[in-house]
Each structure stands twice: as C-alpha cells, then as structure tokens.
Design a protein around this ligand. Structure first.
Ligand SMILES: C[S@@+](CC[C@H](N)C(=O)[O-])C[C@H]1O[C@@H](n2cnc3c(N)ncnc32)[C@H](O)[C@@H]1O
Length: 217
C-alpha cells in the first residue's frame, strides 16, 4: 500500500520534470545558443590531455556541449528527458550523436564503461536521493582511471534564496524548476566517496562549481 503510494508519487514527479523541460524546449528551442559553454571548453582540453575517448553526457539537452568533444575525436553518448531537445540535437548535430531518451533516475541505460562523464547543468535540479543515485550511477559507469566532471550552481548565484524554500538550500522557482545550491561542504558530502579531487569555479550565466572526480580502484 505504502510502496504503491511512493512509486506513484515518484512517477508523477518524473512526469512533471519531463513536462517542464519538454515545454521549455518547445517554447524556447535552442535557448542557450549553439556554442559550447565555457566549462565545456575547459573540460574538452582536460579530456584531450588525459586521452579520454568515450564520454557520457547526462542531461545533454539539444547537444550544444557535444560537438566540441566530437571535433576532438571523442565519442559522445547522451541521456536526455526531453524528446524535443533530442530532435533539436539531431537537427543540428546529425544522427551520429547517440542519445538515450529518459530520466537519469533510470540509469544505467547501457552496460558500457565510459572513460569520461560530463554532467553540465543537471545535478542541482534533482532532489537529494536523485542526486545521490546520479552521482553513484555515473561513478559505476566510469572505467578505471576515468574522470567524471559535474557543474553545480553555487550559493553566490543571484537567485540563491529566491522562490519557495523546499529544503535546506533547495528552492522552487522559475515556474516550477527546483534548484539545490551547492557549497564546499555539500560538495564534499555528496561527491566525497566518489573520487572527488578538485573543485574550481567557472562563471557562466550563473556561477558554477566545476567538480572533478577520478575513479581509482
Ligand atoms: C539546465 S539544462 C542543461 C542542458 C545542457 N546540458 C546544456 O548545457 O545545453 C538541463 C537539461 O537536463 C535535462 N534534464 C532535466 N532533468 C532530467 C532528468 N531527470 N533526466 C535526464 N535529463 C534531464 C533537461 O531536459 C535539460 O536538457
């Protein structure tokens, strides 16, 4: 009885998340342009330097962060909840880019081990349990000595504290999107057991922590 209640609640939350992004992409299409984000350019150099050849991008959107890796000889696979975003990615970047349609909460989508994972603009949109699962699932899909990199919005963002407080440092805003704002402490708490070795800052439209982890067995 209780299990059924929680499964139903979980499924409706995923549906609401999918609808929010589906509507956003239908309405605003390529809303961040077609150029890669600043963090992507930095991580492309980092991956090339470490001879990374096969990467996974959870929450790939319409693919603006994929091409720069592909141009550097890196194979890219994505995961994306919005079908409209996937169609936009196909339009701009062709069928060569494989994207699984679904929620990252359903990872893994394949049994491949990737030597790099780049998760831009996603982890902070999830709740605590979903963040924990995403981070662990990414770590599990990394090959030995592989790197995973996440961007996470910081508490210095202008939007920190705006909207409705849902839980500590998590707010509902912008017509329904929920955002968890990270600090050094919560980064350590959530990434500390999955090879965390470096946190730097990068400023895009918001200030982001750039979180790097390495899988050493
Ligand atoms: C802030 S956007 C960033 C998009 C992309 N990384 C970029 O920078 O262009 C978040 C992306 O994650 C996707 N997304 C949100 N929740 C998701 C989930 N649970 N599973 C898979 N993708 C999700 C959204 O549809 C959207 O494309």
């Amino acid at each position: 009885m209780f299990a059924k209640y929680y499964v139903t609640k979980f499924v409706s939350k995923i549906k609401a998340m999918a609808e929010f992004w589906e509507e956003s992409f239908k309405d605003k299409k390529e809303m961040w342009g077609l150029e890669p984000a600043k963090a992507t350019v930095l991580i492309k150099d980092f991956f090339v330097e470490h001879k990374i050849k096969n990467i996974l991008i959870p929450g790939i959107g319409y693919g603006r962060n994929a091409q720069i890796f592909i141009d550097s000889g890196i194979n890219v696979t994505g995961i994306e909840i919005s079908k409209t975003a996937i169609d936009l990615a196909k339009k701009h970047f062709g069928n060569g880019l494989k994207i699984y349609h679904g929620s990252v909460t359903k990872m893994p989508f394949d049994n491949i081990l990737y030597d790099g994972i780049f998760c831009y603009g996603l982890v902070y949109l999830l709740n605590r349990d979903e963040r924990k699962k995403l981070i662990q699932d990414c770590f599990d899909q990394l090959s030995e000595n592989g790197f995973m990199v996440f961007t996470a919005i910081t508490k210095d963002a202008q939007t920190y504290g705006q909207g409705t407080l849902i839980s500590k440092d998590r707010f509902e805003m912008f017509g329904g999107v929920k955002i968890f704002f990270y600090d050094r402490e919560t980064i350590q708490e959530e990434f500390g057991n999955t090879g965390l070795f470096e946190v730097t800052l990068v400023t895009e439209n918001y200030p982001f922590h750039l979180i790097k982890c390495k899988k050493i067995l």
